[in-house]
Design a protein around this ligand. Sequence first.
Ligand SMILES: C[S@@+](CC[C@H](N)C(=O)[O-])C[C@H]1O[C@@H](n2cnc3c(N)ncnc32)[C@H](O)[C@@H]1O
Length: 190
Amino acid sequence: MTGLRLNLGCGERHFEGYINVDKYGNPDVKQDLEIFPWPWEDNSVSEILLIHVLEHLGQNSNTYLNIFKEMYRICERGAKIQIIVPHHRHDFFFDDPTHVRVVTPMGLSLFSQRLNRKWIEEKAANSPLGLYLGVNFELIETYYKPSSHWFDLHPEAEVDVQFLLSESTYYNNLIEQIEMVLEVVKEDIN
Ligand SMILES: C[S@@+](CC[C@H](N)C(=O)[O-])C[C@H]1O[C@@H](n2cnc3c(N)ncnc32)[C@H](O)[C@@H]1O
């Protein structure tokens, strides 16, 4: 893939080979990501990074949904979107007053038309956002980064992810951040 690579909400971390974008500082492109349309052509982007950014965007649900519509518009088929957010039950999430939105793997899965259709068939109540918005993203990777508190409790090197997840439904501060990758699903237009 030869499309553009965007580092959205880059802050002071500008990456070589990426168009670094932020509403503050001196990025390559100064853009408020809550203002639309974004200044990139349809199907022109092959990779997007949102590293500790998405939780700062879209306090208003319509704005949040428009961000997904805009990412879908500018991304080419098969483009990858890497999303890293603080875990919503870690104090890091609450420490920053500009954190306005919880982002979870399940929340991102609502943008999958494949799952939307399955849930409709099963008469599940999950919002079929992929179908409603005309976007289609598959969550292809999810990594839960254990916190230092987890390793204090469980110093053994090997992390049992299922145990980590079940413990984190009862206790706070066990998962520091969630790292996820979305793949953009589009019809082959060739
Ligand atoms: C926690 S920092 C992360 C910076 C960088 N990605 C990193 O990993 O170091 C969040 C960044 O998102 C940017 N940001 C927040 N809201 C934004 C918006 N509406 N449009 C563009 N950038 C925004 C902030 O200016 C800030 O640089």
